[in-house]
Design a protein around this ligand. Structure first.
Ligand code: ZN
Ligand code: ZN
Length: 280
């Protein structure tokens, strides 16, 4: 086990339309990434459904990943990054239950109708209120997503910070409000994990998602499963800063990361991962 990258978009995500599975495998072999999870977007509601994989394409998508596995020693996982929308639970349950997935990331890119991953819309989410209020609104939806039991791990847990700096504001851990602690308790209780996502640094927030204090709070709350992901939309960023992300988890008190197969979780020592990554 060397580095593992559990957040990768390929061409079925229309915002990664040119990214091909074989290119990721070549990059993984070159960079000592021994295991990768493809997590294409599944968005069932709203204006961004057109960047999502279509339901009719899922078996082809999984089939491509299984076929590619024949030609490489890099372990390939079939997964999704699923957007949670209240009211979609039954629909998502049908999609997830009806297919042979290894790993499901849950995401909250849209909060009460606002696309916080859109630079123009995100401003309205923060306008005329303390950051704490926006954070509390975010974590109420995030907690609800956790409580559905649909997801293995929650992606980029403080994604709401993405465009904050474009509006001349910053969020320190003290601005995260109270709801985040309830949400982390819910994650521990429901056995849902969290992800360290290195795209936060690439998008200019000055940090990965989430802040280090968030990881410490998650560990203290009893969250057990943690994964790391580059959130690559092109093979160029596969494995991006994942060693450092693993070190951040360790600094927060985590001793193990999780790998998944058929949605079942196995723990791997972070020290072991780092040692093998170095010997590569
Ligand atoms: Zn995402
Ligand atoms: Zn993603």
């Amino acid at each position: 086990m060397s580095l593992i990258d559990y957040h990768i978009h390929e061409r079925h995500s229309r915002d990664a339309a040119t990214a091909k599975i074989p290119e990721y495998i070549v990059a993984a072999e070159a960079r000592g990434v021994s295991e990768i999870a493809f997590t294409t977007h599944m968005i069932t509601v709203g204006p961004d459904v057109d960047i999502s994989i279509c339901e009719e394409e899922i078996s082809e998508y999984i089939g491509e990943i299984r076929a590619a596995q024949e030609g490489t020693r890099v372990r390939l996982l079939a997964g999704l990054e699923v957007d949670y929308f209240p009211g979609e639970e039954r629909h998502l349950e049908t999609i997830l239950g009806g297919n042979d997935f290894d790993f499901i990331l849950g995401s909250t890119h849209y909060i009460n109708g606002v696309d916080i991953g859109s630079q123009t819309q995100a401003g309205g989410f923060f306008a005329n209120r303390p950051i704490r209020e926006a954070a509390d609104e975010y974590y109420r939806v995030w907690k609800r997503a956790i409580e559905t039991g649909l997801f293995d791990v929650m992606a980029h847990p403080d994604y709401w910070r993405k465009y904050l700096h474009h509006y001349g504001r910053t969020a320190a851990w003290g601005d995260f409000g109270q709801v985040v602690f309830d949400a982390l308790d819910a994650a521990a209780e429901h056995g849902v994990g969290i992800e360290v996502n290195t795209a936060g640094e690439r998008s200019g927030t000055g940090h990965y998602y989430p802040l280090q204090e968030f990881l410490v709070a998650a560990h203290e709350a009893g969250v057990k499963a943690v994964t790391v992901g580059s959130d690559s939309h092109t093979a160029g960023t596969l494995g991006y800063h994942l060693e450092d992300a693993a070190r951040q988890l360790k600094a927060a008190g985590f001793t193990h990361m999780s790998t998944f197969r058929g949605r079942r979780n196995t723990r791997v020592g972070i020290d072991e991962i780092l040692k093998r990554a170095h010997s590569h």
